[in-house]
Design a protein around this ligand. Structure first.
Ligand SMILES: *Cc1c(COP(=O)(O)O)cnc(C)c1O
Length: 360
């Protein structure tokens, strides 16, 4: 079976974890700080604050910016549920704005009409590893004095106009095992604002800077040194992983281009796509998924139901019509693109996908 995702863990990660285990200091400690320094350097941000998940990173980023009750945050409905849930956790209201049909990212032209007197932030998602249109989004944010929190959970290393994803506003990354790099569970907040980094650190640890003195309601969202040690080893390999993903994607696109009923992903000018997912639009998507499964190839639907259509959100009263997202949810399927694929694996994916459309 060729899986849709698999982390690449080697001797470096095992040795790094062993070192921490032998030290006896296994919770948040100096490795977390080392990892924060390395990751902020990688993204070109002044500060990074490591936490225990990407969801926590989004949640803390919002709280650190003071977002809560009565506030609205504009985001994409076509993303993983955690994007919008992080907004709900703060008491604020997610406002969904439709996406671009080619990149599947929030469409800057549609954001304007969603802005109200309650809007505090825009939360673009760099979906599948392709950056959102950050030039346009930052301009809108500046015009309306809005905070920008980037959901960069799928876009480690992606660039927009020479700047890394997560470095335009406040960034939130995930290190879940399926992501472009992992710490097992884990996440990180990136920012150029010292006050946001400091507040994030306080929220991460029970609202406390000085032990047993609590200035606000915080959480236990700390990263462990075990996770940070894995992250340091993975960060060293990240650019290599990205090149492998891009190479696999290039082969897939060259071979799938021109099949009627298949639309390969695009990379917009000025963007680098890091292919967290290689996602196509495909006729008879569900049949293709079943066919490939039979042939031993795992696929994924990212995502089958836009967030405004999720049961919990309809219960909250969401009744939006967001046709581009709804169409994408019906059309998309992700094929394996991860760096653990061999050249033969990629050829098999091509052969079977072509076979599905061409032999019948
Ligand atoms: C993975 C992911 C998250 C959540 O990250 P976790 O580490 O699983 O909590 C949030 N947003 C997007 C777009 C993601 O892909």
């Amino acid at each position: 079976m060729i899986p849709i995702a698999r982390p690449l863990l080697g001797k470096e990660e095992i040795d790094a974890v062993t070192e921490i285990m032998n030290s006896g200091m296994i919770a948040q400690g100096p490795k977390v700080e080392e990892f924060e320094l390395a990751f902020s350097g990688y993204t070109g941000c002044e500060y990074a604050v490591a936490v225990n998940s990407g969801t926590a990173a989004l949640h803390i980023a919002l709280l650190a910016h003071g977002i809560g009750k009565e506030d609205e945050v504009i985001t994409s409905p076509f993303t993983f549920i955690a994007t919008a849930n992080s907004i709900l956790y703060t008491g604020a209201k997610p406002v969904f704005s439709d996406i671009e049909p080619d990149t599947y990212n929030i469409d800057p032209e549609k954001i304007q009409e969603k802005i109200t007197s309650k809007t505090k932030a825009i939360m673009p998602v760099h979906l599948y590893g392709h950056p959102a249109d950050m030039k346009a989004i930052m301009e809108i944010a500046e015009d309306h004095k809005l905070v920008v929190i980037e959901d960069a959970c799928q876009s480690h290393g992606a660039e927009c106009l020479g700047k890394k994803a997560g470095s335009f506003g406040t960034g939130a990354f995930s290190f879940y095992p399926t992501k472009n790099m992992t710490t097992s569970e884990g996440g990180i907040i990136t920012t150029n604002e010292r006050r946001i980094a400091e507040k994030a650190k306080i929220i991460r640890a029970h609202g406390s800077k000085v032990r047993y003195l609590h200035e606000m309601l915080g959480f236990n969202m700390r990263m462990t040194d075990i996770a940070a040690a894995i992250g340091l080893a993975q960060l060293e390999k990240l650019d290599g992983f990205t090149v492998a993903r891009q190479k696999n994607a290039a082969v897939l696109s060259a071979e799938l281009q021109g099949i009627s009923g298949v639309v390969p992903p695009v990379t917009k000018p000025g963007c680098t796509h890091v292919f967290h997912q290689y996602t196509i639009r495909a006729n008879r998507r569900d049949e293709l998924a079943a066919f490939l499964k039979e042939k031993g190839i795992g696929t994924g639907i990212h995502y089958p139901i836009p967030i405004h259509k999720q049961p919990y959100y309809t219960e909250l009263g969401y009744r939006d019509s967001l046709p581009v997202s709804e169409k994408a949810a019906d059309d998309v399927i992700s094929l394996p693109v991860h760096p653990a694929l061999s050249g033969d694996d990629v050829q098999r994916i091509v052969k079977e996908t072509r076979g599905f459309y061409i032999n019948d």
